[in-house]
Design a protein around this ligand. Sequence first.
Ligand code: PLP
Length: 413
Amino acid sequence: MPSANNPLITMDITKIRADFPILSREVYGKPLIYFDNGATTQKPRCVVDAIVDEYYSVNANVHRGVHFLSQQATELHEGSRETVRRFINARTSAEVIFTRGTTEAINLLAFSFGEEFMKEGDEVIISTMEHHSNIVPWQLLAARKGISIKVIPMNDRGELLLDEYEKLFSDRTRIVSIAHISNVLGTINPVKEMIATAHAHGVPVLVDGAQSIPHMQVDMQDLDVDFFAFSGHKVYGPTGVGVLYGKEEWLDKLPPYQGGGEMIQSVSFEKTTFNELPFKFEAGTPDYIGTTGLAKALDYVSAIGLEQIAAHEHELTIYAMQRLGEIEGMRFLGEAAHKSSVISFLVGNIHPFDMGTLLDRLGIAVRTGHHCAEPLMRRLGIEGTVRASFAMYNTKEEIDALVAGVDRVRKMF
Ligand code: PLP
């Protein structure tokens, strides 16, 4: 089955769906329709197989092992780093730091960057639409060091106000930290332009790529981004593994985040010298099996092609907005000109929790609530939304079922 009516989309959705065993299960006796991909994506068989295979046939702790298995596991782990490097077009694999996910990546950077480069009165710029993961680490730094947080406002369509952004810079601005794509509004922020603005002020930028990495080509060198964070589980990979990309010239200057094994060169009770990049930031045994799973997921995505995936998801989004928009009382939150496959909505006065619970009974998994973006909810003047977020394996037929389900719930109230 072709993806849609668009002749440019050649990927075979039926074949892709067959790669994801969970998609053929039922919930409450109904075929599962999984629209909670913004929270986490499902895993193709090849990812799970790679994890199982490594546990069964290669498992050994990585780095410094003289024995065969350890060397093989190390090769797999470092090969995965190279796969990530290629996927995001970093200059060297030393710029790819493995973390537990986006959250840990941002915490790492806020801590290390804050230690080295920020003091009382310095400022960080974030935006109205940040996930708590890109707010709270800066607040922790603010509490520790007395820095202040400035927030880029947005318009009612969910687009950041770039003129206001420019005005936030001062001689105390030390870093900008912004989401590439909002996990609530689906807005694709013009990060390349925003990075250029920050650089014109001599300020580095961290991009939270949790929601962009599964949906669009990201190129570290083209964006000229200084730091970039993402999670494996949102891009068809396993939980518990993610990445902080950083330009080598920045990472070289930053102090370690955690201490322990792996991140040292030598230790005495008097003094420790730290390991080279990227190991300086990777204390303890890494999730070397998780990194294998992540690399497999990225290879899977690459084989299908991000352009194909993006075109298919764009078509689904346009279709869903149009069909859902026909429902009486429908209100979309987030109607930016550049929007990814995340749709937040409310219908009349129906509480998102009620909508989500009733849709669930129809086999449709959506997310409801504040989506870890309470300040954004406050800006929108609401408590929460219903969120449907699409992935490469979703179909128009599933959207039809969502539309019918939402309308059915509406009629019940
Ligand atoms: N940033 C954004 C924009 C997100 O959507 C999420 C997760 O939903 C995160 C950060 C946090 O990701 P994780 O929980 O994988 O660390």
